[in-house]
Write a protein that binds this ligand. Structure first.
Ligand SMILES: O=C(O)CCC(=O)C(=O)O
Ligand SMILES: [Fe+2]
Length: 357
């Protein structure tokens, strides 16, 4: 059984961006300046310059659960062709969602002295700080995030969630359980649409691993020179993203182009992660995404990552393997998979490439 001795790994400690971003007449330090990224854009207050011509699909969960055939077809195409969609009618109350977002903002904006109690350590990637930093030369994101494991409860780090302000803890406790149910429900819809036999996929998720990244992107005086979050795909099976819906920033890679996401009020943004790509043997694929920074506005998001249980083994499921379609990905334990993920620099889908046969 997993316990709280489990560690994802470590990352070099980085300075607090929250403090840096407060400086007046700030010149962005070279460690944040990106010359390795294509088409960085400056997002201004009114979103000028962004063309929302192409948009990720919108899926209605209630219609999906009721087996409405057009919604099932839309869902399949959203997962297969986009790997990203907005989910409406998801059943999580707007009061809980609002409370979670308010408390997230409160905790991400705690004074530095308070935040220090919850900082990453040299051995542990959970807590305030950036993950995936392995050298002093490595470029940093314009983001002051915190990573936490949230479920199962017994792998929560004793010095983090249990010590958080009670308002945040209360919201998180309910939110994490609701999002677990929602993630399992989405996995079941995948299973239904792809005609998986004998709950072979959803079985892996009953006592699944849930982690969250709370992202805090302060405004940046030179947004076209930095990136809020490096292009990546998520290691999870399914990611459920909550964000301040009035500030755009997320972009999704579709057919080689970056498509900005314009979030709908009361919607979650869902994406397929690397584990689901492995389990479905590439039938559904994880999708690269990145975050742009805003000149005037700060932006917050809560990414909830849901994956199979730490005790499970992952790899292509039997339902997806035939003579014509042999396994394309390795099989390995979830613990080992997560450990390897956190030892690898975040860079497009390069980690998933190491999982290919
Ligand atoms: O902030 C966002 O919109 C995206 C966050 C994200 O992709 C992540 O935390 O993995
Ligand atoms: Fe992500």
């Amino acid at each position: 059984m997993a316990n709280n001795n489990f560690s994802f790994g470590s990352s070099l400690l980085v300075p607090s961006l929250q403090e840096l971003a407060k400086e007046s007449n700030l010149t962005v330090p070279s460690r944040y300046i990106r010359t390795d990224q294509d088409r960085l854009v400056s997002i201004s207050d009114d979103d000028h310059g962004l063309h929302f011509l192409d948009q990720i699909p919108v899926i209605d969960l209630q219609k999906l659960i009721s087996d409405e055939s057009t919604e099932l077809a839309k869902f399949h195409s959203a997962c297969k062709d986009w790997g990203f969609f907005q989910l409406v009618n998801h059943g999580v109350s707007s009061s809980l969602v609002e409370k979670t977002m308010t408390e997230t903002q409160n905790i991400l904006k705690l004074p530095l002295e308070e935040k220090k109690k919850f900082r990453q350590s040299a051995e542990e990637v959970e807590g305030f700080g950036q993950a995936f930093v392995f050298s002093e030369e490595q470029k940093l994101d314009w983001n002051d995030p915190m990573v936490l494991t949230t479920l199962p409860v017994n792998i929560r780090k004793p010095h983090l969630i249990p010590k958080f302000p009670s308002a945040f803890r209360e919201a998180l406790d309910i939110y994490s359980l609701k999002l677990k149910d929602l993630a399992i429900c989405l996995v079941e819809q995948v299973e239904k649409v792809l005609k998986v036999k004998e709950k072979e996929v959803s079985r892996l998720f009953e006592d699944g691993l849930q982690a969250m990244r709370l992202n805090y992107y302060p405004p940046c005086p030179q947004p076209e020179k930095v990136i809020g979050l490096t292009p990546h795909s998520d290691a999870s099976a399914i990611t459920i993203l909550l964000q301040t819906h009035d500030v755009v920033g997320l972009q999704v890679k579709k057919d080689g182009n970056w498509v900005p996401v314009k979030p709908l009020p009361n919607a979650f943004i869902i994406n397929i992660g690397d584990v689901l790509e492995m389990i479905t043997n590439g039938e559904y694929r994880s999708i690269e995404h990145r975050v742009m920074t805003n000149l005037q506005k700060e932006r917050f998001s809560v990414a909830t990552f849901y994956s199979p249980s730490l005790d499970s083994e992952i790899g292509p499921s039997h339902s997806f393997i035939t003579e014509q379609s042999p396994p394309k990905y390795k099989r390995l334990g979830m613990k080992e998979y997560m450990r390897r993920y956190f030892q690898h620099e975040l860079n497009s889908k390069s980690f998933l490439d190491t999982m290919k046969l």
